[in-house]
Design a protein around this ligand. Structure first.
Ligand SMILES: O=C(O)[C@H](CS(=O)(=O)O)OP(=O)(O)O
Length: 236
């Protein structure tokens, strides 16, 4: 198994094989919480105009996302696990658009298969890759706004690579570093409440969810993140 780590939007475009698009803070942590909330269709959308068009066509769709970390006018929720944690999305369709994470999904056009990456479902991702046993794995770190590398995404990529290569990981050290040394906490600076401090722990709640989110076509031009339950040792 050849495992490569890529960065940012160009990395998403370069990715080949089984591709993990990584966004720890916060897109793909949010996507997992939304999935656990029972969502029927979780649509990962690149442009905010598409998100607004979909809402206009189907007013019952739920808009979740941000630009610059901030919830946008007309959106139902910001890109915050804390904001959606208690929501019941059963039977609903969510349109999710963010500055980095969902941009990676729509740009991974050369990948054989795309799944999302975040610590909240890390072990499921590792087990899924082991079970698929692809020749090539691409781990793509989407960073800040898909233009600036972010420690949490690179540390997650290294965590998955280490696990797949049988090397040890120290998750407590990762959390300590992110909390006390990395500038990553800047997302907590958004002062309008779009990025509540609780999001830090919720995004670093290791292995909370036993599923991966796999990108699949939805309709003519959209991408849906579908839940794939992963049982250790079982073939997907
Ligand atoms: O909402 C977030 O946490 C970030 C904002 S940005 O990338 O730093 O502009 O979006 P995400 O796509 O979840 O990284």
């Amino acid at each position: 198994m050849d495992i490569q780590i890529y960065q940012l939007l160009e990395g998403a475009q370069q990715a080949r094989g089984l591709t993990v698009i990584i966004d720890v803070f916060r897109a793909f942590s949010v996507a997992c919480y939304a999935t656990a909330g029972g969502v029927e269709n979780l649509l990962a959308v690149g442009s905010i105009e598409t998100a607004y068009r979909l809402k206009q066509e189907r007013p019952n769709y739920i808009l979740i996302g941000e630009r610059g970390g901030v919830i946008q006018p007309g959106f139902d929720y910001g890109n915050s696990p804390h904001a959606i944690q208690q929501a019941d999305f059963s039977g609903l369709t969510i349109v999710h658009t963010t500055s980095a994470g969902t941009q990676g999904i729509v740009n991974a056009v050369n990948a054989d298969e795309v799944i999302t990456g975040s610590f909240v479902n890390a072990q499921a991702i590792i087990d899924y890759i082991r079970q698929r046993n692809p020749k090539q794995v691409s781990l793509v770190c989407m960073g800040w706004g898909a233009v600036e590398e972010a420690d949490e995404d690179t540390l997650f990529a290294q965590y998955v690579k280490n696990a797949l290569e049988g090397k040890p990981n120290d998750f407590e050290a990762i959390v300590r570093y992110l909390r006390h040394e990395s500038k990553t906490g800047k997302f907590l600076d958004v002062s309008d409440g779009s990025a509540p401090p609780e999001d830090f722990d919720l995004c670093l709640s290791l292995n909370r969810f036993p599923f991966v989110l796999k990108a699949e076509p939805f309709g003519e031009s959209l991408i849906r993140l579908s839940r794939q339950n992963v049982t250790e040792g079982a073939a997907p």
